[in-house]
Design a protein around this ligand. Structure first.
Ligand code: 6MZ
Length: 348
């Protein structure tokens, strides 16, 4: 079997996917044509995907998110994108997906609660149609300020005890433009979140930021690290930082195409997957924004496998790392592990 086909056939776990960054071309076109009917020539074509061999700066990527948000600023669009994205991950043989999104309040269109209710309802519908289990992380955007973060936490707390949506909400993500704000200001929100039983995935060191990263790690609040691009010594991270990550054995969510296309990593062979693999540190391969970066989880596995000469055994371990690092309750995790293991055994 060709390597890419083999990667497609692996039972995969996706732990780092931003909803609005995950829109396929087909979904974007669907939304644009719906808008054009309403608004005349709203947007003839949108530059919302970065194709193979192309690059933007991180700042330019955040401009892309602004365009995407302008076409998903209503409940109907949110319903469409949630269903499409989940079904696309399922079609890529993703068995378990942790999808993250920033609840948004758009005057006269939707409140944060309506935004999340719609995403959760669409998630339930999509799970009925496909063989995939999905959990949601509510994202705190570090560019939106601490008050906004408190209101997102309040919303997450409400869902934890919800009859239908409760089992779907498993934690918070902290993301957004890494050049905006300082994560230490968000510590009180994250302390409260942890007290409520929410798991925390935090984007750390996506750009060089030793002091901020150490502060966050020393808080003991972080359950998984998003990107962690500038943690290892080869990328200029301090010995202390590297030692803390090793000691806490925190899983890293690695997104190869995202880092290359947004210019934080020079090329695939410079990616920190190589460093952490040598250290035998828990890492999980993820897409970040499969739409914006024009990729899929299978393609990310393929890129990792080709670049770092990963064996079939290594690829199997990566799938199981995803299960181990999932924010699922223990019983469900064991069930998922059995399901993934069974599928992996059938590939041997
Ligand atoms: C940091 C990112 C990101 O929440 O509107 N996001 N934050 N670094 C990245 N690497 C490129 N990619 C996406 O999805 C889009 C939002 O996710 C965050 C940004 O806040 C972006 O606006 P949602 O569904």
């Amino acid at each position: 079997m060709e390597l890419l086909d083999y990667c497609r056939s692996l039972p995969k776990v996706e732990l780092h996917a931003h909803l609005n960054g995950s829109l396929s071309d087909a979904t974007v076109l669907k939304l644009l044509s719906a808008r054009e009917q309403q608004d005349g020539d709203f947007l003839a074509s949108a530059e919302v995907t970065i194709k193979r061999g192309h690059q933007r700066t991180l700042e330019e990527c955040f401009q892309v998110f602004r365009i995407l948000h302008s076409i998903t600023d209503n409940l109907e669009a949110m319903q469409t994108i949630t269903q499409d994205v989940i079904q696309e991950f399922a079609a890529d043989n993703v068995k378990y997906l942790e999808l993250r999104t920033t609840p948004k309040n758009i005057p006269n269109k939707m409140t944060k609660k309506e935004y999340m209710d719609t995403v959760l309802e669409a998630t339930v519908e999509a799970m009925k149609k496909s063989n995939i289990r999905v959990c949601l992380l509510l994202s705190i955007d570090r560019a939106r300020g601490v008050e906004d973060a408190w209101s997102t936490l309040q919303l997450a707390k409400e869902y934890l005890t919800h009859d239908v949506f409760g089992p779907l909400v498993c934690g918070l993500d902290v993301s957004g433009n890494p050049h905006s704000g300082d994560l230490k200001d968000y510590l009180p929100v994250l302390q409260e979140a942890q007290k409520c039983g929410l798991k925390l995935a935090v984007h750390l060191a996506e750009v060089s930021s030793d002091t901020e990263t150490l502060t966050m790690l020393n808080s003991g609040l972080v359950d998984r690290i998003g990107h962690g691009t500038f943690i290892h010594p080869d990328a200029g991270g301090s010995k202390e930082l590297h030692a803390v990550v090793r000691k806490q054995n925190l899983p890293l969510e690695l997104c190869i195409s995202s880092n290359i296309k947004s210019g934080t990593v020079k090329s695939a062979c410079h990616h920190h997957l190589g460093f952490w693999k040598k250290e035998n540190h828990p890492v999980v391969i993820c897409t970040d924004d499969k739409g914006v970066f024009s990729t899929s989880l299978s393609e990310e596995f393929y890129l990792g496998a080709q670049t770092f000469h990963l064996s079939e055994g290594d690829l199997h371990s990566l799938c199981l790392n995803g299960v181990d690092a999932a924010f699922l309750p223990q019983v469900e995790k064991q069930k998922l592990r059995q399901e993934v293991q069974k599928d992996l055994d059938s590939l041997k």
